[in-house]
Design a protein around this ligand. Structure first.
Ligand code: AMP
Length: 113
């Protein structure tokens, strides 16, 4: 069965796409927690970072490099931004397809809630 983000990548569910290449897709979060809130994820479903394997190392490097590019494209380079990967129940993960949140456009609190 396809994950939500696989369905978005396959255009079976609509989303506002901010960036796409052969390996990753970046979309606007449907429930933004900051003025800019994007999600970037591998098209190939890795459930969560805890289940990534050494075979995924190039994919994960690509994901992070592209996250920084997408953040810059969204105008966040000067003000800064936060990248977040939620893992498991205590981490707040709700979609079991590895994704990285890109949050910015306001001063973010630390520690997170
Ligand atoms: P997480 O809680 O870290 O698993 O993040 C999942 C994120 O996916 C949440 O921020 C949701 O708002 C977002 N989300 C859920 N469904 C959609 C959708 N159809 N399009 C865009 N973002 C979504």
């Amino acid at each position: 069965m396809k994950t939500l983000f696989e369905k978005i990548a396959a255009r079976e569910i609509p989303a506002q796409i901010a960036y796409e290449d052969e390996l990753v897709l970046a979309i606007r979060d449907i429930n933004p927690q900051a003025p800019v809130h994007l999600l970037i994820f591998p098209k190939r479903a890795v459930p969560r970072i805890a289940e990534a394997t050494p075979d995924d190392h190039k994919l994960l490097g690509h994901l992070l490099l592209k996250a920084a590019e997408v953040a810059a494209q969204a105008g966040l380079k000067n003000g800064g931004y936060r990248l977040v990967i939620n893992n498991g129940e205590d981490g707040g993960e709700t979609v079991p397809h590895l994704h990285c949140h890109i949050l910015g456009g306001r001063r973010l609190a630390w520690p997170p809630g």
